[in-house]
Ligand binder design. Structure first.
Ligand SMILES: Cc1cc2nc3c(=O)[nH]c(=O)nc-3n(C[C@H](O)[C@H](O)[C@H](O)COP(=O)(O)O)c2cc1C
Length: 140
């Protein structure tokens, strides 16, 4: 089966202010049910998320996420059909915003700023793969 990979960037809404813990809790239960995997980055009030799985499941979940009022300015970074999952270990991995991410950001952007809207698809995939590997303890 072909795997679809989708990446988007978004910005948290201020009212209500979202709880990342809560988002992760729901995501992990739901994603296991629909065999979705992926990774979520959160920094400076912005999200960068990759979702992967069957194309129908990815599209359906993205539609739900895009309508979630806990964030706005949802922008598709890219969508691709691939042969293999990159984040198969995580129903939704997450690396808390720590120093680790700072140094990875530096190597990807020449600066320490997290700018998910300015990332191209390839860079975003590589960036999140690296963050995911640093965050082995990110849980599943
Ligand atoms: C930044 C962000 C990322 C999210 N990621 C996921 C996810 O990976 N999987 C998921 O099931 N829900 C995710 N959600 C939650 C969904 O938007 C939605 O609340 C959830 O799927 C329940 O949908 P329902 O209320 O239509 O049942 C995310 C929400 C936000 C704000």
């Amino acid at each position: 089966m072909t795997i679809a990979q989708l990446i988007y960037a978004s910005t948290t809404s201020t009212d209500p202010r979202p709880s990342v813990e809560e988002i992760l809790k729901t995501s992990r239960v739901r994603n296991k049910q629909s065999q979705l995997t992926g990774f979520l980055c959160f920094r400076n009030d912005m999200f960068l998320q990759v979702l992967e799985g069957a194309s129908s499941a990815v599209s359906a979940q993205y539609a739900r996420i895009a309508n979630d009022r806990r964030h706005s300015k949802v922008e598709l970074v890219g969508y691709e059909k691939v042969g293999k999952r990159r984040f198969s270990r995580w129903s939704m991995g997450y690396l808390a915003d720590r120093g680790d991410m700072q140094s990875i950001l530096f190597s990807y952007s020449g600066q320490n700023e997290f700018d998910p809207y300015g990332m191209d698809y390839r860079t975003a995939i590589e960036f999140m793969s690296e963050v995911a590997n640093v965050g082995e303890r990110a849980g599943d």
